[in-house]
Write a protein that binds this ligand. Structure first.
Ligand code: ADP
Length: 626
């Protein structure tokens, strides 16, 4: 019997388990029971879809046996079992759980965190056992096989006697040490408690022989005897009546099933009668799932057909903008045999998906209405998702989502909805104003924001890259157009005021085009303005692409080389305006330098890079030394 070696990554994970200082070692049982339950699922599933396989639903079960003298815990299932090759593949290479990959991406994180958050499957047995034996037999082979390992050194596989189809996992529990009392895992009551805690909703009975005491017949003496008991409650949580479920139960179920350490923000449990019958249990998480922004993050809900899992992640049940929702759907009417491709065209599934989308939407609206604080927390995490949702597909879903969006308000100093903005708008204001930048503070300091603030006009501050694109696609709310404070706008100045500044610009046409040329035509135009109060210059834009959008577009992978048509605006009431006019008459070379400095300043204020920092720095020093 040759000794086989573990694959490299399995070895590392195993090593982690053997030497684990993780305090919550009891989860090993949850992992083994969950594997057993999966294996039974597989066999049962096969029996439902293959007439040649006969299985009695009532016979399916998981047995847990504790033997104090031999120091063993045995978990037995009558599931699908594994043949020689499967034992080798499945237990020799562990990659699926994703925990190792996660670990590599988060090297700084503690091993402990990983064990706790993700579970580590079969190998967790090595946290409590110094030897693990697995005996298994499949339906398709007469011969059973025994896998055995004492840890990282490797494992053996040999044929063995086994009559029943299924798997038996035998753990040889470690000896007690100063740090860890492994003996407690040999206590029946402890094991019973662990099963109730973690595996209560496993759909198959988990049975144990429980010690009972009774009076010996005809005497006052007691004797003990054993009785087989089912430890778990079995009914899946979602199949129970809502009023019989406590918040704790909902939360624990969520945390165990979806690997979150925190309670969900919101639980949505509904049973729908009608054309299609189904139950859904949905959760809105408090935090971003750890892999949410990974390339291979998969959205979706678990799909059950009358309690039997048929798909782990059914993506068609969730629109992209609600991809953060976790949960499950259980419908009696679904065929077990249904494939991913067929599901896409399934009418029933489409109807369920539509209902679920509406449900999530209305729950979010309720949250926004009745629990603003938590909605804002939610939005901080998942708002970007909603904003993308409104923007994507040319704004196909914008009307569904626009009332769920929040943006920071300059006057309210907090997050507000479009509806709230519009409800406050003064007579005659036909636009919803916004400004974009890296942060609230930076936007607040933008020169072009100043005059709006002065007039008490509310501005939405946009700090996410997607924001401005989203507003552009939504276009208007309640008849009010979205307008960037950096674009030419007609409302801030009266017709008379506009005429005045137009005349100023007309009178200085030559000066302004001289400056534009001095800037190598990097800007669309140079203009005087009366909109700025204290600031000397600002950068605005003409046309569709704003300065902020240019930044975003050019940071994208397939750089589209988008250019905003920038306008350098100079405060006509500032001393600098006088100086410029003077230089135009007296010293054009000097005016060129001034133009460069002013333009660089305007770019820096916008958070844009300058192409010639050395030149500008030298120019500034030239004036400082005068
Ligand atoms: P995971 O359950 O995340 O796939 P595990 O390490 O727990 O990872 O198990 C690895 C694989 O071994 C499982 O995917 C399954 O194919 C197989 N396996 C484990 N336990 C059993 C069992 N009791 N019966 C049949 N197959 C099993």
């Amino acid at each position: 019997m040759a000794n086989r070696e573990f694959k490299a990554e399995s070895k590392r994970l195993l090593d982690l388990m053997v030497n684990s200082i993780y305090t919550n070692k009891e989860i090993f049982l949850r992992e083994l029971i969950s594997n057993a339950s999966d294996a039974i699922d597989k066999l049962y599933f096969r029996s439902l879809t293959d007439k040649n396989v006969k299985v009695n639903r009532e016979d399916l079960k998981i047995e847990v046996d504790v033997n104090k003298e031999n120091r063993t815990i045995t978990v037995t299932d009558n599931g699908c079992g594994m043949n020689e090759n499967e034992l080798d593949q499945n237990l020799g290479t562990i990659a699926k759980s994703g925990s190792l990959r996660f670990k590599e991406e988060n090297e700084k994180k503690d091993d402990i965190d990983i064990i706790g958050q993700f579970g580590v499957g079969f190998y967790s047995a090595f946290m409590v056992a110094d030897k693990v034996t697995v005996e298994s037999k499949t339906l398709d082979e007469k011969q059973g096989y025994k896998w055995e390992s004492t840890g990282v050194e490797g494992y053996t596989i040999e044929p063995c006697e086994k009559n029943d189809v299924g798997t038996k996992v035998i753990l040889h529990i470690k000896e007690k040490t100063d740090e860890e009392n492994y003996d407690e895992f040999l206590d029946n009551y402890k094991i019973e408690e662990i099963i109730k805690k973690y595996s209560n909703y496993i759909r198959y009975p988990i049975q144990m022989d429980i010690e009972k005491r009774r009076k010996k017949e005809g005497t006052e003496e007691y004797e003990s005897y054993y009785e087989t008991e089912t430890i778990n409650s079995m009914t899946p949580l979602w199949k129970k009546d809502k009023k019989d479920i406590t918040e704790d139960e909902y939360n624990n179920f969520y945390k165990e099933k979806f690997y979150d350490t925190e309670n969900p923000l919101k639980t949505i449990h509904s049973s729908v009668e009608g054309q299609y019958k189904y139950t859904s249990l949905l959760y809105i998480p408090k935090n971003l799932p750890w892999d949410f922004y990974n390339k291979d993050f998969e959205k979706g809900l678990q799909l059950y057909s009358n309690g039997v899992l048929i798909m782990e992640k059914c993506g068609d049940l969730l629109p992209d903008y609600f991809s953060f929702v976790r949960g499950l759907v259980d419908s009696d009417d679904l065929s077990l045999n249904i494939s991913r491709e067929m599901l896409q065209h399934d009418r029933q599934l489409k109807v369920i998906a539509k209902n679920i989308e509406n449900k999530i939407k209305s729950e979010l609206e309720n949250l926004l209405k009745n629990d603003r604080e938590n909605y804002e927390k939610f939005f901080e995490n998942f708002g970007v998702q909603l904003k993308f949702g409104a923007y994507n597909n040319f704004g196909m879903d914008k009307d569904k989502l626009k009332d769920l969006l929040l943006f920071y308000s300059s006057t309210e100093k907090k997050m507000v909805t479009f509806k709230e903005y519009v409800s406050r708008v003064k007579e005659g204001q036909n636009s919803i104003y916004y400004a974009s930048g890296e942060s609230i503070d930076k936007i607040d300091m933008l020169p072009q924001v100043e005059s709006f603030k002065d007039k008490g006009i509310e501005i939405l501050y946009l700090t996410d890259n997607i924001d401005e694109f989203t507003l552009q696609i939504i276009m208007e709310y309640d008849g009010k157009k979205f307008v960037n404070v950096s674009t030419e706008n007609s409302e801030l100045e009266s017709e008379d005021e506009k005429k005045v500044i137009e005349k100023v610009n007309e009178d200085n046409k030559e000066l302004l085009s001289f400056m534009k040329e001095a800037l190598n035509s990097e800007v669309q135009s140079v203009r005087f303005t009366h909109k700025l109060k204290n600031h000397p210059v600002c950068l605005t834009n003409e046309g569709f692409i704003s300065v902020g959008m240019e930044k975003t577009l050019n940071a994208m992978q397939n750089n589209q080389n988008a250019k905003a048509q920038m306008v350098l605006e100079i405060n006509d009431n500032h001393d600098i305006a006088k100086k410029i006019r003077f230089l135009f008459e007296t010293d054009k070379e000097e005016l060129k330098k001034y133009s460069k400095i002013l333009y660089s300043q305007a770019r820096l204020i916008e958070g844009l890079e300058i192409e010639n920092p050395t030149e500008i720095s030298n120019l500034v020093c030239e004036y400082l030394s005068k």
